[in-house]
Design a protein around this ligand. Structure first.
Ligand SMILES: NC(=O)c1ccc[n+]([C@@H]2O[C@H](COP(=O)([O-])OP(=O)(O)OC[C@H]3O[C@@H](n4cnc5c(N)ncnc54)[C@H](OP(=O)(O)O)[C@@H]3O)[C@@H](O)[C@H]2O)c1
Length: 328
């Protein structure tokens, strides 16, 4: 149940501080979009705990460059082999299938999946007939998580961490208009909808996989301007976001902390379907008063945690895929 829980950490905690003292030797981790930004930092920190981290990236050269850097910065106590790269274009069903078969050939289990890749604020475009932010941020990770479910079931206390955003405050999903045919396309509204879908994905995965001991969580990492996420946006739009987040910006090191916390904290064994931020379980915004305090600052809206909407979205994903996603 979504209820505020504060941990010993906070918004100023770094991913490295969260992982301090953990030994994840022998654990397998996949992080999508880990060639840059907070995904790369999460990969660095988890690799330094001894885990085998696969950077699942669409640009192989960028992945190799990131792995080279992570190996150079690796602690002397861990093997350089802890960091590897594998091609995954999360916008392509075939690429997801190929990635998962390659991974299953080499690994018997998956302990932690961090669905981190994302795009934001792009101009209107479509991938296989679906609006591209919904396709990349939600649908690709839905298909990936479902395809990796057998390997997650083979691990003990496995985790799926899905990156969402405070931008889910911008918009709920419109089940009747995924492609903005009835409403004008606004890039950040499309992003907001896709990030609402990411929370619903965490809920859907929790409802289907908790009985297998798999914990599924949604993470808002904070606002981190240093990453490349806003590369498609106009200077004006970037400035607007910067102004609204003034004073709350995080660094890449603190921005990766909640992903790492979700991936390893014992607090979440046997729990899930929760929205986390600042290394806390976030407040539920369920009254007009809490909405006036939290809107666009913190907390999660109930529509993003609604199990019925999560099921409806899962069914929609099966339609887009053209086949059932039966993982129970
Ligand atoms: N930064 C923030 O303020 C913020 C706030 C809230 C939520 N988030 C979320 O945090 C996550 C990480 O973002 P970030 O800030 O670290 O930005 P980032 O550095 O741009 O990382 C995003 C990654 O996703 C990858 N990616 C994009 N499309 C892909 C595709 N089709 N297949 C595979 N990988 C793809 C990018 O790869 P390329 O390098 O090849 O483009 C990049 O490595 C995102 O899900 C984002 O929505 C970020």
């Amino acid at each position: 149940m979504q209820e505020f829980v504060k941990s010993v950490f906070d918004k100023n905690t770094t991913a490295e501080q969260v992982a301090s003292g953990y030994d994840l030797t022998g654990k397998n981790v996949i992080i999508t979009g880990a060639n840059s930004g907070i995904g790369k930092e999460a990969a660095r920190v988890l690799g330094n705990t001894g885990a085998n981290v696969t950077l699942a990236v669409r640009n192989y050269e960028a992945g190799l460059q990131a792995v080279k850097e992570l190996k150079e910065r690796a602690l002397s106590t861990v093997s350089e082999a802890n960091f590897s790269v594998s091609i995954l274009d999360i916008s392509s069903k075939q690429s997801i299938k190929d990635f998962c078969s390659r991974y299953a050939e080499e690994n018997k289990q998956l302990d932690i999946l961090i669905s981190n890749a994302g795009i934001m604020g792009v101009e209107k475009s479509f991938i296989d007939g679906l609006e591209s932010q919904m396709a990349v941020n939600f649908f690709g990770h839905c298909f990936l998580s479902a395809s990796l479910a057998p390997l997650l079931k083979s691990a003990t206390n496995a985790r799926i961490v899905t990156l969402t955003s405070i931008a889910h405050h911008i918009a709920n999903i419109d089940f009747d208009d995924f492609n903005f045919e009835k409403t004008d396309y606004v890039p950040m509204v499309a992003y907001g909808r896709s990030k609402t879908a990411n929370v619903l994905l965490a809920v859907a995965l929790h409802n289907r996989l908790a009985s297998f001991g798999i914990t599924s969580l949604a993470v808002h990492p904070g606002v981190i301007h240093e990453t490349g996420l806003n590369r498609s946006m106009s200077e004006e739009a970037v400035a607007r976001i910067a102004a609204s987040a003034e004073g709350t910006n995080k660094t890449i090191e603190t921005g990766a902390a909640t992903s790492v916390w979700a991936a390893i904290s014992e607090l979440f064994i046997g729990k899930g379907g929760l929205y986390l931020e600042d290394c806390s379980v976030a407040e539920l915004i369920n009254t007009p008063e809490s909405e006036s305090v939290h809107r666009f600052k913190s907390g999660v809206f109930p529509y993003a945690l609604d199990s019925k909407a999560a099921d409806r979205l899962w069914t929609q994903a099966e339609k887009w895929l053209g086949q059932p996603l039966d993982i129970t």
